[in-house]
Design a protein around this ligand. Structure first.
Ligand SMILES: Nc1ncnc2c1ncn2[C@@H]1O[C@H](COP(=O)(O)OP(=O)(O)OP(=O)(O)O)[C@@H](O)[C@H]1O
Ligand code: SF4
Ligand SMILES: [Mg+2]
Length: 345
């Protein structure tokens, strides 16, 4: 995902998703731009309510259309999705792009067998026969590591454990070899061992199929494991992006420093106390003026003329790397060095 790539597989440009509610307009996503190349994984990280799920549901065309104003561009393999018809989107969902959610139980129907649900998705997109679809379902269950897939294919979701249901949902999402897979906190509800197995599975499947993956998570440890590039969201906007190494090793935005400080160190001493980011995420009905992070940012006073509360910092991106903050590059480097020193003691 660098500016030298000719045409990114997925290209999101200045995306805005605003909901009309009784209380006013919720600016859930407010000017988001990013690219994703085939075979790569973009990790999207940010606190609850930062717009991660809304962004991705909009890419899939699964947002609530009634009360939603959308602006910007979403190009998938050169095709504009925001102007695509519901029928076109339905065709694309499944064989070009698909999604796995946090809660497999809520996404699978309790009334049909696992095999039927995987098979029906396959039939819908390929026109395969019932017999072919069943064989494909068994093959997919085998691929995602379900033991005795030819027997378990006839189980109902409640007969599967949480980890197996998640695998079944991955099998369903991948049954038509989508080129884009969006995984929205797919491992949050699982224990650590199963989490690790699912991550390995996704990596293997990506290698095999060259799938582009968007992986949404609160957990920077998961990002460190799976992502190539990282996008940090705050209050409906991207505040920092870059490669995984750039963002995790040399973050440039005070919010990213805060996120790193609120989780156990990835490779430093284990006994460094965690410090949650003070305050709460911003209201998206009435977002703070200037930099949306300014009411919580301990560095705002280092910027002259009160610009943090009056002027929105722009995200300037060079070769896929950038942060939206008024601090100078030298200040950011020095402040991060101070911060990193406190983390390594
Ligand atoms: N249909 C809707 N109508 C009004 N507001 C909405 C709607 N859907 C989402 N929102 C609001 O948009 C904001 C972003 O929500 P989103 O679900 O994208 O957050 P998130 O980053 O995925 O959070 P989490 O980590 O908790 O899943 C939230 O403030 C949410 O309340
Ligand atoms: S622009 Fe100001 S308030 Fe926003 S992150 Fe940078 S220093 Fe903090
Ligand atoms: Mg979400």
């Amino acid at each position: 995902m660098t500016s030298t790539d000719q045409q990114p597989f997925l290209s999101v440009r200045d995306l805005k998703v605003h909901f009309s509610t009784e209380d006013g307009v919720v600016k859930a996503v407010d000017g988001l731009t990013f690219d994703l190349a085939k075979g790569k994984t973009l990790g999207i990280v940010g606190e609850s309510g930062s717009g991660k799920s809304v962004t991705n549901l909009t890419i899939l065309g699964l947002h609530d259309r009634e009360r939603t104003a959308i602006d910007g561009e979403i190009l998938l393999d050169g095709k504009e999705l925001l102007t695509a018809s519901e029928r076109e989107l339905e065709r694309l969902r499944g064989n070009k792009m698909s999604m796995i959610f946090q809660d497999a139980l809520a996404s699978l129907s309790p009334y049909h067998t696992i095999g039927r649900q995987i098979g029906e998705t396959y039939r819908k997109h390929t026109g395969a026969s019932k017999k072919e679809a069943r064989a494909r379902a068994i093959e997919m269950l085998r691929r995602v590591g379900i033991p005795q897939p030819d027997v378990r294919v006839d189980d109902y979701p409640h007969q599967f454990s949480g980890g197996m249901r998640q695998r079944a949902m991955i099998a369903m999402a991948l049954v038509c070899d989508p080129e884009l897979l969006i995984a929205d906190e797919p491992t949050t509800a699982l224990d650590v061992t199963v989490q690790a197995q699912i991550m390995d599975l996704l990596k293997d499947l990506q290698q095999e199929f060259g799938t582009a993956i968007i992986f949404i998570t609160h957990d920077l440890g998961v990002i460190a494991d799976i992502a190539d590039d990282v996008l940090v969201m705050y209050g409906g906007r991207c505040v920092e992006r870059g490669t995984k190494k750039e963002v995790l090793r040399a973050p440039q935005h005070p919010y990213t420093w805060g996120l790193l400080g609120s989780m156990p160190s990835l490779d430093g001493p284990v006994d460094v106390p965690l410090s949650p980011i003070p305050g709460s995420p911003p209201s998206l009905l009435n977002p703070p003026s200037g930099c949306r992070f300014h009411p919580r940012c301990t560095f705002a006073e280092k910027v002259t003329d009160g610009r943090c509360s009056s002027e929105q910092p722009l995200l300037q991106v060079t070769d896929g790397r950038g942060a939206a903050c008024h601090l100078t590059a030298d200040q950011r480097r020095d402040f991060f060095a101070d911060y990193a020193a406190t983390r390594s003691h």
